[in-house]
Ligand binder design. Structure first.
Ligand code: NDP
Length: 317
């Protein structure tokens, strides 16, 4: 399926990623090399196989190569028990050479994702899902926030889309996407409605959205007639049908109705990877800081820079 041209403006995640890479991530890595004489290292853990995880890994690999950031991928068999995984993570928590840990979800059903998220050292939790980090983003305090949620906000800012006062409808209430997106957009003074599998009929809610965020995992769930004219649509979904990647939104179907829309691939995915790297750099910097004031400075700089996306262009302080 080719992505057609229509009335909508495409929210181009690749364009965003290229600029973010050049203007923010590469300069920050250069500074790190000069100041700390080393670069951060990420450890990614995969249990079993999942096509969405593989595509995310491929995208991440390209970024890491460009940045010279070190990344090691550990592939564990799908039979790995929860205890074995916890032990594996514990070793990584205690390994000084590793600055960030990412456990790719979904995990096999015999492993509890919450237990795993809680086992990652908060200072290495680049996914922002350990209890301390969840507490921070739920209270709108600066800290490590799930990368996909940050990516959604970054894309909206990059396209100078006003969030304040808008009605945002988020479809999907997971801890990794739906809930943190809702919190970030609430902090930006949007009015947020959250939908899930029991929100029926779904179109009654989605049609009210000025900004619709789809984070469900159902191919082309959002179709013509489900959004209002001029709505802004961000599709976070990554689904595979017959080996083809597709989002939760029927992009071609909404081209004449939406004012802005993200394609899949090439929308939210590249922005997520940018924000993951950004989180890794933040985790590294926070761990290098000796005193609490230095940590606070890092966070202030990081979120100060982040706020400038789309306003005065990217800035690295
Ligand atoms: P989860 O399965 O954890 O959550 C899915 C959510 O969608 C749940 O809240 C569920 O409701 C809701 N839901 C399911 N079916 C429907 C329906 N018919 N109508 C309305 N709501 C429904 O998924 P994730 O949040 O982890 O991921 C969502 C999607 O985003 C996936 O496609 C995933 O691959 C993708 N993803 C993309 C990333 C990116 O970088 N672009 C990063 C991470 C994920 P309930 O709670 O009631 O079960």
């Amino acid at each position: 399926m080719s992505l057609k041209e229509g009335k909508s403006k495409k929210i181009d995640g690749r364009l965003f990623a290229q600029e973010y890479l050049e203007k923010v991530l590469i300069p920050r890595c250069k500074i790190f090399k000069e100041v700390y004489k080393k670069l951060p290292k990420l450890s990614t853990i995969l249990v079993g196989e999942n096509p969405a995880s593989e595509s995310y890994l491929k995208l991440k690999g390209k970024f890491f190569t460009k940045l010279c950031v070190k990344s090691e991928v550990f592939r564990l068999p799908k039979e790995t028990t929860e205890e074995e995984l916890l032990e594996f993570i514990n070793k990584q928590n205690n390994n000084d050479q590793i600055d960030g840990i990412l456990v790719q979800v979904p995990l096999p059903s015999h492993i509890n994702e919450d237990t795993i998220a809680e086992s990652i050292a908060p200072s290495k939790d680049v996914e922002g899902l350990s209890p301390g980090n969840v507490h921070s983003w739920a209270k709108s305090l600066p800290n490590l926030v799930p990368a996909t949620a940050l990516g959604v906000l970054a894309l909206l800012k990059y396209y100078k889309i006003t969030i304040e006062g808008k009605h945002v409808v988020v479809v999907g209430r997971s801890m990794i996407v739906g809930k943190p997106v809702a919190h970030l957009l609430l902090k930006e003074n949007a009015t947020v409605t959250m939908c899930h599998s029991k929100s029926k009929p779904l179109e009654e809610y989605t049609r009210q959205a000025d900004i619709l965020i789809a984070a469900v995992g159902r191919p082309h769930l959002i179709k013509k007639g489900m959004i209002k004219d001029g709505a802004i649509v961000v599709d976070v979904g990554i689904n595979f049908e017959d080996g083809k990647m597709m989002g939760d939104v029927d992009y071609d179907d909404l081209l004449e109705t939406a004012s802005y829309i993200t394609p899949v691939p090439g929308g939210s995915g590249p922005a997520t990877v940018c924000m993951l790297v950004s989180n890794l750099l933040l985790a590294f910097e926070l761990n290098q800081a000796k005193r609490n004031e230095e940590r606070l400075d890092c966070l202030r700089d990081y979120y100060g820079n982040y706020d400038t996306i789309g306003e005065s262009g990217f800035c690295i302080g």
